[in-house]
Write a protein that binds this ligand. Sequence first.
Ligand code: SAH
Ligand code: SF4
Ligand code: F3S
Length: 436
Amino acid sequence: MIRKFHITTFGCQMNEHDSEIIAGLLTEDGYVETDNRDDADVVIINTCSIRENADKRFFGTLGQLKKRKEREEDLMVCVCGCMMQQQHIIDTIKAKYPWVDVIFGTHNIDAFPRLLRNAYSEKTKQREILEGGGDIVEGLPAIRKFKSKALVNIMYGCNNFCTYCIVPYTRGRERSRSPEAIVDEVRKLVSDGVKEVMLLGQNVNSYSGGDTDFAGLIYMLNDIEGLERIRFMTSHPKDLSDRLIKAYVDCDKLCKNIHLPVQAGSSAVLKRMNRHYDREKYLSLVEKLKEAVPGITISTDIIVGFPGETEEDFEETLSLVRQVEYDSAFTFLYSVRKGTPAERYEDQIPEEVKHERFNRLVELINGISARKNRAYEGRVEKVLVEGPGKTGENIYSGRTDGFKLVNFYSEKDLTGETVDIEITRGKTFSLEGRLV
Ligand code: SAH
Ligand code: SF4
Ligand code: F3S
């Protein structure tokens, strides 16, 4: 009997890539992936814990699965990801959802096939979580979502301990892969048809593979024949070196785009967040980038309502956003995370104040995004086509070098190709264009 599996993935690219590996491992073991969760014999939920909403969505999903589990004894429910690295979550699952069959964490994805086999053969619950990240396991298979672009982990974990953030607790300390292993993987991907790689890490620019730093790795990858684009995510402002800025100038494949989370515009707030830079330092980095790399697109993450954030602090965030003129920004309401230092900070901000500030910020950002996108009208951009778009029949979508989403009409399926598109309309979150 061929068993079908389905993975629900919450969270960041890191988790998306982990899910690609889980799919690869199960496929090697003879399972077949299905798009329909209701049709799957093995249901996997890869969880995120970055904000309270993420936790809630997981428990909501488990709630939905409960009825099916009661009806179908053979259904395997497996849960993994960042939430599983927290003891209070495991305790909750044991108490309220004891029917979950397999639990594993972020440090032992490779153990999953074995745990699943045991769950089937022994008919017992399998729970295996490792506290910290051990040695990096190389060579795990992956089933990629896109043909033309691939996610490539270059480092794992985070050492920064921003005071609001759960990630250092769920992903452990920083560990970098060797540059040889990365170059090897990218070469293989390219021979498989991949044109663009997204280098992944919670803090990619603190990458350290022996004598090779992050900029050094970019130079190495830039030499790979057949590769067209290199991107990375996420870089921390404190580790943005002059060498990396120079790599933008020297390496033609490095896309002229950076995601540079600022989190807040007030130096006092940044200090309490333990970000290791202040407003002036961040703004000077942006100036340097804009000067060295004309036309570079910049996006960011911002947290609204961090404990103790005053109206004046918040206005400093607004003024920083006006000054940088971000192409886009992800905005978040501060969410208390169990076990983080900020959980114990006094002056937690009332929800209604957070929401009011959040709305003002989003309005400002959207206005800037729309204005910047309108400036693309009439320009011709190289677009790497990702596949059919969501806005209609014969509409395809892809990304510009600067990571702008472009929708355009084509009779022919151009998935995986790089095409010239004349931009006809700039909207808040995307561009429209026509094939040249
Ligand atoms: N490693 C990346 C970010 C990973 S988490 C970096 O440092 O840039 C993605 C974003 O979630 C963060 O940049 C932050 O803006 C947001 N975030 C993290 N913890 C949060 C919390 N407790 N409440 C609200 N937003 C949070
Ligand atoms: Fe979290 Fe800060 Fe690490 Fe990013 S750098 S993952 S925000 S602790
Ligand atoms: Fe979420 Fe874990 Fe990523 S907490 S944001 S899935 S590293």
